[in-house]
Design a protein around this ligand. Structure first.
Ligand SMILES: NC(=O)c1ccc[n+]([C@@H]2O[C@H](COP(=O)([O-])OP(=O)(O)OC[C@H]3O[C@@H](n4cnc5c(N)ncnc54)[C@H](OP(=O)(O)O)[C@@H]3O)[C@@H](O)[C@H]2O)c1
Length: 279
């Protein structure tokens, strides 16, 4: 009988629909968070990246794991490498949520985590999602409420991806061996600039929303003014450089390959999240 699937970040943006998708497939799911609370249909377990003493109980009886780093943490290597090691030591298959574009340069910390995972010899699937559509009702929600999305994206376009498509892709990678030991660049179906995205969100929410391109310093000032820690604000500013360069614009067929369905458009995302976008 197959073992349990450990899902890290189980109540997060990707974790929530992932747990739901796995439970719907009849899998036995262990939902890991710091609180350890049970999530609909899944048992809960206490897990903290910062406390390796929580790892052994989390991996008990597990043969597959979804490994990701929650938002807000900057030191990907320090927090993820011990989890990868703990999984590999138990021969647990790892589906790792990485970041779109990190394969461009082996010195990027997320790429170094990918390389470490590849070298362990444990089965793995690497998923590299592009910018989440869902950022519009999380990170950029306050801006939308004020009618302006102010980010340092220039005129760059991104093939935004709906977290439900990341979750569906992860569920497929966790429940099939067909994709093992491969990496997938996950994108939505089309690349849009932030001005186009703002126009689309205006139409769907019925509220005027405009895009205001800003420089890094202005952006960091807006974020820190809203309570985002300085290091994470600077990290977010830095990852808009690839957007301005056009490197986040490619569209892949990976969601279709993994899930058998086309990825959701930004318009479909907005229509399904209109209440959160207007709140
Ligand atoms: N947003 C984007 O556009 C984008 C694009 C590409 C890649 N990514 C990648 O995706 C990651 C974020 O994914 P996401 O938005 O799904 O994550 P998320 O929603 O920020 O994850 C939150 C989850 O992590 C848990 N958590 C938080 N701190 C924890 C800790 N110290 N130990 C254990 N669990 C902890 C939370 O539960 P508790 O608080 O109860 O512990 C919650 O279940 C980013 O770090 C980035 O690497 C993001």
């Amino acid at each position: 009988m197959a073992g349990k699937i450990l899902v890290l970040g189980a109540t997060g943006n990707v974790g929530t629909p992932l747990v739901k998708a796995l439970v719907a497939k009849g899998e036995s799911v262990r939902a890991a968070t710091r609180s350890g609370r049970a999530v609909a249909g899944a048992e809960g377990v206490v897990f903290d990246y910062a406390d390796t003493a929580t790892f052994a109980a989390a991996f008990e009886g597990v043969d597959r794991a979804y490994v990701m780093l929650p938002a807000g943490y900057v030191d990907a290597k320090a927090l993820l490498l011990p989890v990868i090691e703990a999984a590999a030591a138990r021969k647990v298959k790892v589906v790792f949520q990485s970041v779109f574009g990190v394969d461009a340069d082996d010195s990027i910390p997320y790429r170094q985590v990918e390389i470490a995972l590849e070298k362990t010899g444990t089965p793995y699937v690497i998923l590299r999602p592009n910018w989440f559509s869902d950022n519009f009702h999380t990170y950029w929600k306050a801006g939308i409420a004020h009618g302006t999305i102010a980010v340092p994206a220039g005129e760059g376009k991104s093939s935004f991806i709906d977290v439900r498509d990341i979750a569906d892709s992860a569920a497929a990678a966790l429940t099939s061996g067909a994709f093992d030991n491969r990496a997938f660049n996950l994108t939505g179906p089309e690349a849009l600039g932030y001005a186009e995205a703002a126009k689309l969100l205006s139409e769907i929410t019925g509220k005027p929303v405009a895009y205001q391109p800003v420089d890094d310093a202005t952006f960091v000032g807006i974020l820190t003014g809203a309570g985002v820690p300085d290091d994470y604000a600077n990290f977010l500013a830095a990852i808009f450089h690839p957007v301005r360069e056009g490197w986040t614009a490619p569209v892949s067929d990976a969601v279709q390959t993994l899930t058998g369905h086309a990825p959701r458009s930004l318009a479909a995302y907005a229509a399904d999240n209109v209440a959160a976008l207007k709140a």
